[in-house]
Write a protein that binds this ligand. Structure first.
Ligand code: NAX
Ligand code: K
Length: 487
């Protein structure tokens, strides 16, 4: 049960270095660079003319091929009668064969972006290799602080295509046109806020699986794993989830996880909770079964009998019995999701947890839980999640508006999150949903990827009033659409 091979090619994220290599491979295969540049320019011009009215337009052109794209766009717009001016970073650039563009070149000092002006940012793309400084910094800072509308070619200049970090300055583009495949920097760090709407243009680069630095999470990758395999089945065959809840007032979190597991497609869910809270829990559930939690045996007996998967953490508390139960279940290697208290329980001794984790575990920390468990790490969110997964020997799903999922295969970046999900209990729902997919037999990275996307899709368009308890029915309807025969 793995990601769909064809979808991997379509949804891979390509680092700037791999993109440069793919360009060169295509050129070596017989497509001239000038042809690629013209295709890129045509794609940019198409987006531009469908998105903006004719208006004063300044094209900032850098010294590399990103700048060459800009010059080619300038030629096309001039031909279409647009009021275009061109600013060259390298003023000695030879434009003797492009007299039409040469006549529009203006000194960089005159660049004064303002509202009502369109600026095409073609200073640097995939080839950005250091901090902006001098004239380049001056141009981009002016653009960053202005009200001009910016269309970026490939990446907003100054945005690192690998990490999404800003190297000195970067404009807030209204839109970005990139080629072949998205780069990690479009989705990570400052990428989403600086790129605006991202358009992807096919310029005839052949995709090779080795080019992938990561995958952009998409249902095409895992939708086939959601379909029930046969009509004649029964509830336990469809997977059982054991959710461990905690005592007293924190019970809501575990109940949310259990409810999410119940709508995941798993056949049955049992919510284990200390006897003092069991009656209340039983009164608040119908389909989810409730059983008393007395200690590790309550969980291991149930998982031995029912198999499936477990979710630990939401509202579980830091009690010794819960910790012992978690460690005992990890010993059995049954698939598990560890969230919230199941992670913070080990922040003083993370090694104790890492020793017991296995590849069927999914850890779902937010940034705070992540740094408490893994310490401060250097690098982009993608790099940090990958390092953490290696350290833990498990799948790590690092939550945020962009979520990263890392295991021992290609990491995934999930970008359909929205502010609506920044609400109490949303993480508990995600943990339960992933456990539900694990119980149905999905591998850990696939379950985490499906969970992250479906959870975010359920919340999209819901606005600031979304409460976590509203998510399970929304998840059920996202799932219904995903498995509909039209796909
Ligand atoms: N390689 C190709 O054949 C194609 C490239 N394309 C375009 O070309 C871009 C990549 O081209 P390049 O690899 O030439 O890279 P760029 O054009 O992004 O930048 C490289 C140039 O900028 C300089 N540079 C890098 N960082 C700098 C900094 N901070 N300050 C000052 N100068 C800096 C480098 O020394 C080099 O001269 C893509 O983003 C895309 O827009 C497309 O036209 C498709 C074809
Ligand atoms: K650019």
């Amino acid at each position: 049960m793995a990601f769909d091979e064809a979808a991997i090619r379509r949804h891979m994220l390509v680092t700037p270095g791999a993109m440069a290599a793919a360009d060169e491979r295509t050129i070596a295969g017989g497509t001239e660079r000038a042809v690629l540049i013209r295709r890129a320019a045509r794609a940019i011009t198409r987006v531009l003319r469908s998105r903006y009215a004719k208006q004063p337009t300044v094209i900032l052109c850098g010294p590399g091929h990103n700048g060459a794209d800009g010059i080619s766009v300038a030629e096309m717009l001039i031909e279409a009668g647009w009021p275009v001016e061109v600013v060259l970073l390298d003023e000695n650039q030879d434009l003797s064969d492009r007299l039409g563009v040469l006549s529009r070149v203006r000194p960089s000092g005159t660049f004064s972006p303002r509202a009502g002006m369109l600026v095409i940012d073609a200073l640097f793309g995939a080839g950005l290799s250091r901090l902006l400084e001098g004239e380049a910094l001056m141009l981009i800072e002016r653009l960053e602080l202005s009200q001009a509308t910016c269309l970026a070619i490939d990446l907003p200049s100054g945005l690192d295509g690998q990490t999404g970090e800003i190297r000195g300055a970067a404009p807030y583009a209204d839109a970005t046109v990139t080629f072949h495949r998205l780069k990690p920097g479009h989705l990570l760090g400052h990428g989403p806020e600086r790129c605006g709407k991202v358009f992807l243009a096919d310029i005839g680069i052949e995709a090779e699986e080795d080019d992938a630095g990561a995958l952009h999470n998409h249902p095409d990758l895992w939708r086939h794993l959601l379909r029930p395999s046969k009509r004649d089945t029964h509830k336990y065959e469809k997977g059982h989830v054991t959710a461990l809840g905690g005592p007293g007032l924190k019970g809501g979190a575990g109940r949310l996880a259990a409810r999410a597991a119940a709508v995941s497609g798993a056949g049955a869910v049992t919510y284990l909770t200390p006897l003092s809270s069991a009656e209340f829990a039983a009164a608040s559930f119908d389909a989810v079964m409730v059983a008393p939690f007395h200690g590790p045996d309550s969980v291991t007996d149930l998982t031995y009998k029912r198999g499936g998967a477990c979710v630990f953490g939401p509202g579980m508390g830091h009690g010794d019995a819960a910790k012992e139960a978690l460690l005992a279940v990890l010993e059995t290697e049954i698939p598990c999701v560890l969230d919230a208290d199941a992670l913070t329980l080990f922040e003083k001794k993370p090694g104790e947890l890492f020793e017991k984790l296995h590849p069927n575990c999914v850890l779902t920390p937010h940034e705070g839980e992540f740094s408490r468990l893994f310490g401060e790490m250097e690098g982009s969110k993608l790099e940090r999640a990958c390092k953490a997964a290696k350290k833990a020997g498990a799948v790590v799903l690092l939550k945020g508006s962009t979520t990263v999922i890392a295991g021992d295969g290609l990491p995934l970046v999930n970008s359909n999150g929205s502010a609506a999900l920044a609400t109490a209990g949303a993480g508990d729902v995600l943990a339960g949903l992933i456990a539900g997919f694990l119980a149905q037999g999905m591998a850990a990275a696939e379950a985490a990827a499906a969970g992250a996307y479906i959870h975010a899709d359920a919340a999209s368009g819901q606005g600031p009033g979304l409460e976590a308890e509203a998510l399970p029915p929304l998840i059920a309807s996202v799932l219904k659409n995903l498995v509909a025969p039209t796909h």
